[in-house]
Each structure stands twice: as C-alpha cells, then as structure tokens.
Ligand binder design. Sequence first.
Ligand code: THU
Length: 162
Amino acid sequence: MAQKKIRQVSELHELTLEELDLPRQSLVSAAQKAVEKAYAPYSQFLVGAAVLLDNGIVISANNQENVSFPVGTCAERLALGYACGQYPAANPLKIAIAARRMETPSTYAAVTPCGMCRQTISEYEVHFGQEMEILILTPNQTVLVSDGVKHLLPFKFEDLNR
Ligand code: THU
C-alpha cells in the first residue's frame, strides 16, 4: 500500500554567547539571574526563564516546587503567565531558559522546555499570531535558538482543517 508521508523538519541554531546581539545576551543573562532565585528543594534542579515583551519589558521567573510534586510549576510557565497576566496586550517575542543543578554552581544544564511549557508557548504564539523565539543556554556557553515552538512541538494540537 502506498503510504503518504508527512514530514516536519526541526532545527535549532547554535550560537556562542558573543554571537548573540545585546538584547538576546541580556535576556539570557536575565534567565541566568532567575536561576539563582529558584525554589527547587526537591529536585535540586534550578531553572530560570526570561520573557522579552514587545513593549521592551523583560519578565523573569523560575521553577517553584511543592512538597506535593505535581503542584510545582516550571520557570517558563510562571514567566509567561506573569508576563501575559501583567501585560495582556504585549506580545511575548522571546523566551530565554537557563538551568543548573544545585550542586554545580558554575555549570549550566541545557534544558529544552517540557511538553506543558511548549504547549503554553504555542498558546501565546497562536494568540498573538507570531512565533516566539526560544533561547536555551548550554553547558558550553553556547545558546540553542529555536525560531518558534514548531521545532520543539511538531504536529502540535491544532485544527488541521482550518
Ligand atoms: N522544570 C522547569 O522549570 N522547566 C522545564 O522546562 C522542565 C523542568 C523544572 C520542574 C522541576 O521543578 C525541575 O525543573 C525538575 O524537573
């Protein structure tokens, strides 16, 4: 039987920190600062996220855990929720993410957003009609850049017939 294949190619760009322009560098740096304020006593995995809105404001947050584990919330969703809650008319253009283990203060762990956070990014992309750039700091001081959530969430939930 001849089967039709539907392919979706995902790609991330890797740049050194120096190769990023200044606004992106400072967004990554805001995510790094947010890492240090994370509340992660259970996983000891600290995550920071910083969102750049189209009004120029940067909102950062971090993971906030709970003794009832599923109640804990990821950095990305807290940052986006606060940003869009405070500035509902401002488009979140970019989100930077940084993470590290509690016991390794000087080494970053490369973290791609979890499924729920990808879905959250997707929601705001659809709402504002624009893709969000996702910047992920790696242990080698490089940054992985995704032009929109489509590279991280292929075949995401949407009405394919629209
Ligand atoms: N975490 C985030 O904050 N963002 C992600 O994208 C993945 C995971 C948090 C949740 C939990 O507090 C800790 O990292 C370990 O999973």
